[in-house]
Design a protein around this ligand. Sequence first.
Ligand code: SF4
Length: 635
Amino acid sequence: MSKIGYVDLSDEKFTEKALTDGEREKFLGGRGLNVYLLLKNSMPGVDPMSPENPLIFGAGMFSGFFGARYSVAAKSPLTSVLGESNAGGYFGPELMFSGYPHLVIKGKAEDPVYLWIHNGTVEFRDASHLWGMDSIETQEVLKEDLGQDVQIACIGQAGENLVKFACVRHGLKRSNGRTGIGAVMGSKSLKAVVVRGTEPFTPSNRRKVLDVLKKFYDQVTGTRLYPISSTYGTLYVYVLQHEIGGLSIRNHSKTYSPKAYDLEAETFLEKYKTRDVACRFCPVHCTNQHRAEVDIEGEELIEGEGPEWYLMGGFGPNLDNYDWDLILKGNDLCNRYGLDIGSSTALIGWLMELFEEGLIDKPTCDGIEMNWGNKKAVVDMLHKIAKREGIGDILAEGWQHAARKLGIDEDITEIPNEAVHAPNTKGLTIESCFDCRATSATALGEATSNRGYDHLRGRASLEYMGLPAEFFEDLIGEPVSNDISSWEGKVPLAKWSQDLLTIMDAVGICKFWSQFWGPNHLGFEEVSDIISAAFPLEVSPSELRETAERIWTVEKLFNVREGKYGVGYDMAPQLYYRPIPSGPRKGDRIDQEEYRERVIKYYEERNWDKDGIPTKSELKEVGLEEFQEIVVKNG
Ligand code: SF4
């Protein structure tokens, strides 16, 4: 039987509780159960860096037989709203096999520790010798000690130094990023969670599971996108994003430039790629490994995994760089230190713009010339942030703190979305290289996401694909315009996309296998078939939509409980209301008042009130009456 493990680091105590059928049915696992456990196990207003902020690991419901994803949740020290992040690799299935698919970790160890969890046994072990190591060295040492078949989630120096956008890291590149969960782990003096298990997954109908999985593997590998994803990984998205005028160039001052074509995925494949690798159980193998000689801080050989396209854009045109050496060096440093790539590249782009506009000077930047395209300056700044040196100490607190400290955007107070130079929602910057002001459903889906601006939870990818109206009639019951800037059908499409991504994170299926990636990929129906084949549970596709709604509402309740709600928190970044200056979508922008109306319509679709607070009737409908107090207090 699956169990939830409760860890108290202060007293080195471990207890467990069986996961009930009701919890499984209502929240599935992974992100779904994590956010429920977070809301249940945290107090309102909890200090994110305090021992009381729970750090919750959760394997996706299918981790262990189909999909490998796991999630980590905590209140975010960066935004003070929901912090939650999903990653692949090999950790999720091993966590499932260890017997504790969910771990709720509270307290703070007196000295650095790591948790060693193997087949129902939990040990608190000294990690003093690991403290100060980067995330890759840490895993190498632990594997040397405990065996090559253990799987590890850990922090690098950024997490130890409480950088507010530090990640939890696994393998060479898998990251639970964005919302500073690595800093929460560092605040608990927890260097790593190491898991190994042999508890087998026993499906309720073995034959049926094999048939269903074979069918869906064939479905994923039979799409037209498969040969492209399995060769380029996500790098092919770079050029598509550029061609729809959605690439950040010089911190969003432009979204299109002929120069951006100088940076090519083909060059990476020819010069640097060494092989494809995959997360466990994955037939797509979208991950590239590479080897490169770079010379930014002196000649060196870099070997690693990645980069993803958004790192390519983030360290590329976003910083006015068109060379692979900085991209691969930036990838290596972020992976080792455990720095979030989106936040790091957004912050450095922001700093460069301030410098170029004369709003900050060289002494403020510790003597570094933060000019566009200055590769050494970018690398120096990454070191400074991870080590909290000089201006890096200011930046490590996140851009809102830095903006106040540097006297920029001083008007940003309660609602950070209004900031001029750092496009964000709820305090979380856009992942630097995206610019979605030409795509209405995507802008709405990403801006209304519960952890802040978020392509992984709110992107309405299907709106880009020129699909016929009948396709959408079948999918969401109404036509959707295939003009990316039109609002026709876009509010329900934004909600549908959020719901789909929520379910994928809860069951642990990679988004690249799902309809996030294309219309012929996996959707609610396929997930429903897998559940009924593998578990003694029947959940129809429409019930899965309701489950997604429940999980999304729990996340919203967390933010409401923390007092972070209202239309202002769901407005698009200020930047999106200004016209795109050049390129194929020149002149496109989102009309602010029209957008505001769509947010209200979106709330109605979710059965929330005009401030975005879930109504009592919604709580009843999705079985969340236990949280009524939150809506009564805040409504
Ligand atoms: S497609 Fe998803 S699961 Fe497969 S290797 Fe890529 S990230 Fe991992």
